[in-house]
Design a protein around this ligand. Structure first.
Ligand SMILES: [Zn+2]
Ligand SMILES: [Zn+2]
Ligand SMILES: [Zn+2]
Length: 312
């Protein structure tokens, strides 16, 4: 049965069910609800998300929403210490252990915007949150740690009504393919139609179409990366429940790995992949695939070098 969408009566934010809305309300939404009751507070929240958009290419607001949600959760919880301890469990640090790699967001080019963002959040804390426990995260060092923690651990939540519809179409077409060859033209028409929709969407919104937000997942964040991973992240229930699904047979004692890179970055050259992983996750990938490709020259794949030129 389709779930009924519920709206917050004060700010109109949508939730997938009454339970979902109540959970959000109990955890953080009571604090973050932009109900117009306090216009200055709403304005400050909008200012903070706008600042984040200017730092983060492509523009998105999920990471900064996470910072605000963490603050609101600390405000609403009756056990701040426990929540802070949970946060400490995620891999931290702005640089790799051998001090060779620094997180991309902490480069010189973002310094001014990151500082503006930190200042705005500091103001938000002082005026509306008064979280003594969060003050350290809003110092220069603490804020860099927080950004690195999010960058290294947050996982996009990939559910959208379109993705669900596409999945249902695929499920519909499978038995047809198996039983009647005559159904094949119709199936390919549907998949052409779907491809066309995604191409059109891509022109407008870029690769974030299936991403409705992001979250910190305690268990998933423990999984290591491999460029030849044996498992992947899926959202099988059309909500934020994350599943780790194997993509091939995993033998006894073999480590379960996922690929941290986006779909299109996965096919890049070893050099390009390693560069992305160093900048975003602070490690030098030594996976089987990287090792087997180590004879390749240290060249960026063509796409990558184009992007580099745009960035510079
Ligand atoms: Zn929900
Ligand atoms: Zn609301
Ligand atoms: Zn690798």
């Amino acid at each position: 049965m389709p779930q009924r969408i519920v709206r917050c009566s004060k700010c109109n934010e949508m939730y997938c069910s009454t339970t979902c809305y109540q959970q959000a309300m109990n955890n953080y939404h009571f604090t973050l609800c932009q109900s117009n009751e306090n216009q200055e507070k709403d304005q400050l929240i909008r200012h903070i998300t706008d600042l984040w958009r200017s730092v983060h290419p492509p523009p998105e607001t999920t990471s900064i929403s996470l910072v605000l949600k963490i603050m609101a959760m600390l405000k609403q919880t009756d056990n701040r210490l426990a929540l802070l301890q949970e946060l400490q469990k995620f891999s931290q640090g702005v640089q790799s252990e051998n001090q060779q790699f620094y997180h991309k967001l902490l480069r010189k080019e973002f310094e001014t915007q990151v500082e503006q963002l930190r200042h705005a959040l500091e103001q938000f804390n002082e005026q509306y949150m008064q979280l003594a426990e969060f003050k350290w995260f809003l110092t220069s060092n603490g804020f860099r740690q927080l950004l690195a923690l999010l960058g290294r651990n947050q996982q996009g939540v990939g559910t959208s009504s379109l993705a669900l519809w596409v999945k249902n179409c695929e499920a519909l077409s499978e038995p047809q393919q198996a039983t009647a060859a005559a159904a094949a033209p119709a199936t390919s028409e549907v998949s052409q139609f779907i491809d066309a929709i995604y191409t059109k969407i891509d022109d407008v919104s870029g690769e974030f179409i299936d991403c409705e937000g992001s979250g910190l997942f305690k268990l998933q964040s423990c999984l290591n990366h491999s460029c030849d991973a044996n498992a992947e992240i899926q959202y099988l229930h059309n909500n934020s429940t994350l599943s780790v699904v194997t993509t091939r047979l995993i033998s006894n004692n073999e480590e379960i790995t996922i690929n941290y890179l986006s779909e299109c970055d996965r096919n890049r050259s070893r050099h390009s992949r390693q560069k992305l992983l160093q900048e975003n996750y602070l490690f030098l990938c030594q996976c089987n695939r990287c090792t087997s490709e180590s004879a390749e020259p240290d060249e960026t794949s063509e796409e990558e070098s184009e992007n580099d030129m745009e960035e510079d």
